[in-house]
Design a protein around this ligand. Structure first.
Ligand code: ZN
Length: 157
């Protein structure tokens, strides 16, 4: 269980990212982009990525959504910079495990993933199942952008 102090700190981080989203905007030179939609809440996000060789150079997002989806998208853009495609996918998998409350598999602890720490403020959404889709929407959208199957907006449903 999170203690109250930690919970407050995490709420501050989420509110801060909601009020002042990082990397909000479009990338004119995006190499990957995708659109995501969460019909349960009405969250929409357009994610664009720019690679520098193997590594992600920049990630930006636009869209409109609730506090959780906006904060999650903002945290995602911060966490992903400098990661390789493989690391980004691993991060996505681990983040979804974090917010759905899955216990990590034994191999997870063996692998160091510092970027995951930046996303921990969102771990509290696991107590609110409806909010889990808001938190994971940017990550679903990321996978769609990476896999390049962005013909239609990806939906959480
Ligand atoms: Zn939402």
């Amino acid at each position: 269980m999170l203690n109250d102090e930690l919970r407050e700190l995490y709420q501050d981080v989420i509110l801060d990212h909601q009020r002042c989203p990082r990397n909000f905007g479009a990338l004119p030179d995006a190499t990957h982009r995708a659109e995501g939609f969460n019909p349960l809440c009405g969250d929409r996000i357009l994610l664009s990525l720019e690679f520098d060789g193997e590594r992600i150079r920049r990630v930006m997002f636009t869209g409109a959504g609730c506090a959780i989806s906006t904060a999650s998208a903002s945290l995602l853009t911060d966490a992903l910079v400098g990661n390789t495609l493989e690391e980004a996918q691993e991060l996505s998998r681990r983040f979804r495990a974090l917010v759905t409350g899955q216990t990590p598999s034994p191999t997870d602890s063996a692998k160091d993933l510092p970027a995951l720490d930046k996303l921990r403020p969102l771990a509290g959404v696991r107590q609110f199942p409806v909010r889990v889709k808001c938190a994971t929407l940017p990550w679903h959208t990321l996978e769609s952008a990476i896999n390049g199957q962005a013909e239609a907006p990806v939906s959480t449903e």
